[in-house]
Design a protein around this ligand. Structure first.
Ligand SMILES: Cc1cc2nc3c(=O)[nH]c(=O)nc-3n(C[C@H](O)[C@H](O)[C@H](O)COP(=O)(O)OP(=O)(O)OC[C@H]3O[C@@H](n4cnc5c(N)ncnc54)[C@H](O)[C@@H]3O)c2cc1C
Length: 347
């Protein structure tokens, strides 16, 4: 099992809509500090499976670390989906779930920059968390565009209404209902969004929705650099199963491999980093408990800083240009580009 997995109790199960439930979690006192989280982050839940032992699925925290009590995740049934239906059908208060520590980079670094938040369906969970944090702990304004099939399927409708009442000058929420307006269109989204002023954009929902919103933003002249995306997908890898053990590279100075100096969990280590192996693979092969979830560049869990030297990513679906310019990289995709690289897991 991944070293960063913990058993937590379900305190409460809240039926949000006919096909979505919120699980409120009771984090054991001993590991409370490992569950400190930022708005927009997610947990990874282990769901038992008779065929494969388990599957792992990510669920964003809908709670805000800046004002809410226990952390909570919201799960919406995916038609014919394995884990979402299992969780909605089986979990009751008092059950234990195995989850990985909070992870992800989908959230503002400053709560004082005005944000446009766009969500469709269950994509609203990190959007609600960000909304609550910015309003409670920051000074920025928040505009939310929230698309759903119909009124009954709107998760957190009442909570958004309450927030609008509590922060009338700072929060604007516009619902887009398919039953009233059809699927979101580029022109319709541009017309709505064009009325708002914002610094950064956070998008979460199905691929089709995100494409429409991104095209609308492009039409409005919003730079891609300001647009953060969280794509919901099921994990292929299962971080709960023991990481595949590969042979560590021997520490011989004559091997010709680049040298990696890495700072992680308060330790500093020097290893060899073969040019064709990702940073994460090298760390796991040495038994180092590096954080990771998807290994596909999408979740941002393995984000780290390049302090010295250069690396390149094979694929990047979670960091924006500004973050790469700051020196951030994804361990699961990084290869060395210089003979010496210094990496710190400090995010
Ligand atoms: C960072 C992140 C955060 C997320 N946050 C949330 C959240 O807050 N709330 C939420 O509800 N979801 C969230 N998700 C999505 C969630 O992790 C799952 O992907 C979702 O619940 C579906 O999982 P499932 O096991 O039910 O569906 P799966 O069984 O994985 O199926 C997904 C789809 O694929 C189809 N499918 C499955 N197997 C096959 C096959 N063999 N061949 C063809 N088609 C197949 C299914 O019919 C279904 O339509 C998040 C995902 C990520 C990456």
């Amino acid at each position: 099992m991944a070293g960063r997995a913990h058993e937590v109790r379900v305190l409460d199960v809240v039926e949000e809509t006919a096909d979505a439930v919120t699980l409120v979690l009771d984090i054991p006192h001993e590991v409370a500090d490992r569950f400190t989280y930022a708005c927009g982050q997610f947990l990874t839940v282990r769901v038992p499976s008779t065929t494969s032992g388990s599957v792992a699925r990510c669920y964003s925290l809908c709670s805000s670390p800046d004002r809410d009590g226990p952390p909570a995740i919201t799960i919406k049934r995916t038609p014919a989906g394995f884990a979402s239906n299992w969780l909605c059908d089986n979990v009751v208060a008092g059950d234990a779930l195995t989850v990985l520590e909070p992870a992800g980079t989908f959230g503002p670094r400053s709560l004082d920059r005005d944000v446009l938040l766009c969500a469709a369906g269950s994509g609203v969970t990190p959007i609600l968390s960000i909304t609550k944090s910015v309003l409670a702990a920051g000074s920025a304004n928040v505009a939310v565009l929230y698309a759903n099939r119909d009124r009954e399927s709107v998760i957190f409708a009442a909570e958004f209404d309450e927030l609008v009442r509590a922060y009338p000058g700072r929060l604007t929420v516009r619902h887009w209902l398919e039953t009233e307006r059809g699927l979101p269109t580029e022109a319709g989204v541009a017309e709505l969004v064009g009325q708002w002023a914002f610094d950064d954009v956070y998008l979460c929902g199905p691929a089709g929705f995100m494409t429409v919103v991104q095209s609308a933003l492009k039409d409005l002249g919003v730079s891609d650099k300001r647009v953060h995306r969280e794509e919901y997908r099921s994990l292929v890898d299962n971080p709960f199963e023991t990481a595949q053990v590969t042979q560590p590279t021997r520490s011989s100075s004559s091997s010709g491999h680049p040298l990696l100096e890495v700072e992680i969990d308060g330790r500093r280590l020097t290893l060899e980093w073969p040019k064709d192996r990702t940073l994460l693979d090298v760390l796991l092969a040495h038994g180092i408990d590096a954080p990771y979830v998807c290994r596909e560049s999408a979740c941002g869990t393995c984000v780290c800083s390049v302090r010295k030297g250069r690396t390149r990513m094979l694929l990047n679906e979670s960091l924006i240009d500004d973050e790469i310019e700051m020196g951030l990289t994804l361990a699961c995709q990084s290869l060395p580009e210089t003979e010496e690289v210094y990496i710190a897991f400090d995010q």
